[in-house]
Ligand binder design. Structure first.
Ligand SMILES: NC(=O)c1ccc[n+]([C@@H]2O[C@H](COP(=O)([O-])OP(=O)(O)OC[C@H]3O[C@@H](n4cnc5c(N)ncnc54)[C@H](O)[C@@H]3O)[C@@H](O)[C@H]2O)c1
Ligand SMILES: [Zn+2]
Length: 462
């Protein structure tokens, strides 16, 4: 009571594109009376019965929803069982002071006397702690726990408990990252660690050869978890291996690059490269937990920061907020929450998840035309310019120029255009683009005249 559920609930429902159901609201509708009236005329016992029925119905509904449960509802064993069966139960964090501040004077039946309110708060807390699957204080935090993303400076030290379950863990680390942070990861995993494997640093890890070496080296059974320590490359490889080994074992990425923390570590897309193309083979395999420790970024070289900043700018454009202006810790939290929500709404990339490709059609074309010599962040800075120019958003064009300072690249124009037409998202040889109607409002699958797209591409090439 007083935790702010009735503000947070609808906000979370909107973020996840699910209906919002207030159990108190259902009770009031069914009884044709307000909660206060039911308390006053029929007593608390009668209210609790109505509440239990409404809660069990709501949780059992076939339509996934965000359900707001009143503070006393957990007193019912039937409600607790229904939650354990069919819900992810989120505890909204609040101090007794904040809660009292909100409810005093509200006229709610159990919020008329501060001492009694505090006593009730203390009395209910242990039950909340036992029932909660996760806890959060705001909508971003709620999205993150629902998606299984833990963002905390210093999280690496608590890896043993942050990796769900208590089964054995095999750690797969980028060899360079293993040198920098491997000892701390091993120490943190303690007696759960059963083996450590190293893979080449960066993109070369994403190959069938390294997937096969891991498949052969793993000794995990179905109770075990694969932990990936490295950037997006390591994460993509390990997720793919986890999805396929024994037809799927649990995995937990610990991304160590900014790209990994704001993008690759979230959403369950995994994959490896073939000589024909990047990310040609892969799976969807949602991690059991993504553990994000921003202190791991302290050793990141400058070029990798630039790659990550381009994704932060992309995310800010989609989210409609200047996320690039925030501190690194906040950038990571906000970007991770934005991507997590998009992926929860469209886990298999059948629709709106395509918005995350903003700028990428152009970026991939430039990268391919450069023989992959061009860093992704530099290509994406240019790709965002092209997408924003075609969107007619001049102010955002200037922002990208100021924040990412994209420089035209020296590649073959025809090669870049052919690569753009081969893009996975193209249909019948026509490029399909992600553009913005306005800041924070993406439009996917946009088909423009090829001449306009080609001109936008060529403007990026010197
Ligand atoms: N699955 C997805 O949704 C998704 C999203 C975005 C990108 N990706 C993939 O991610 C890959 C790119 O990943 P990336 O940009 O994270 O880079 P990366 O994993 O290729 O690593 C880049 C370099 O940074 C080094 N490094 C990593 N962490 C470090 C640290 N903390 N300190 C010092 N050096 C460190 C690595 O050793 C490597 O040399 C691409 O293959 C891309 O396809 C996947
Ligand atoms: Zn990208």
């Amino acid at each position: 009571m007083g935790a702010g559920k009735s503000t947070l609930g609808p906000e979370l429902a909107a973020r996840l594109d699910r209906p919002f159901v207030s159990v108190d609201g259902v009770v009031e509708e069914r009884a044709g009376a307000t909660v206060e009236q039911i308390f006053a005329t029929r007593g608390e016992g009668s209210f609790r019965e109505l509440e239990e029925r409404a809660a069990v119905d709501a949780v059992g509904s076939r339509i996934p929803a965000v359900i707001e449960l009143g503070g006393g509802a957990l007193g019912s064993a039937a409600t607790r069982n229904a939650l354990a069966e069919g819900a992810f139960t989120l505890l909204v964090e609040v101090t007794p002071e904040e809660a009292w501040e909100r409810v005093s004077g509200s006229g709610r039946p159990l919020a008329r006397d501060e001492a009694k309110f505090r006593a009730l708060f203390e009395q209910r807390q242990p039950l909340y702690d036992r029932t909660a699957d996760g806890r959060a204080a705001d909508a971003d935090g709620a999205v993150l726990v629902a998606a299984g993303v833990h963002v905390e400076a210093g999280a690496l030290e608590r890896l043993r408990t942050l990796v769900p379950g208590d089964g054995p863990v095999e750690l797969v680390a980028d060899t360079h990252v293993a040198f920098l942070h491997g000892d701390r990861a091993r120490a943190a995993l303690g007696d759960r660690l059963s083996a450590v494997h190293e893979v080449p640093s960066g993109e070369p890890a994403k190959s069938l050869v390294h997937a096969e070496s891991l498949w052969s080296a793993l000794r995990l059974d179905r109770e075990g978890t694969l932990v990936a320590l490295g950037g997006g490359s390591t994460v993509d490889l390990v997720g793919f291996v986890a999805a396929t080994y024994l037809r799927g074992v649990a995995w937990a990425p610990v991304p160590t690059t900014l790209v990994g923390q704001v993008d690759a570590g979230i959403g369950g897309k995994t994959g490896i490269d073939l000589p024909e193309a990047k990310n040609l083979v892969g799976t969807f395999h949602w991690p059991s937990e993504t553990v994000i420790d921003t202190t791991l970024l302290q050793t990141l070289p400058e070029e990798e920061w630039a790659n990550g900043l381009a994704e932060v700018v992309k995310t800010g454009l989609l989210a409609g907020a200047p996320l690039w202006e925030l501190s690194t810790a906040e950038q990571v939290r906000r970007c991770a929450a934005f991507k997590a929500a998009v992926c929860l709404r469209d886990p298999r990339d059948r629709g709106e998840r395509a918005q995350l490709n903003l700028g990428h059609t152009f970026a991939h074309a430039l990268e391919a035309a450069s023989g992959y010599a061009l860093p992704h962040g530099r290509a994406l800075g240019l790709g965002l310019l092209a997408a924003l120019r075609l969107s007619g958003l001049d102010e955002q064009v200037r922002m990208v120029e100021a924040v990412l300072r994209p420089q035209p690249v020296h590649v073959d124009q025809d090669a870049a255009w052919e690569a753009l037409l081969r893009d996975k998202k193209a249909k019948d040889g026509k490029p399909r683009l992600v553009l913005l109607d306005a800041l924070g409002s993406a439009r996917i699958g946009v088909e423009l005249e090829p001449e306009a797209v080609r001109a936008a591409l060529e403007a990026l090439i010197e």
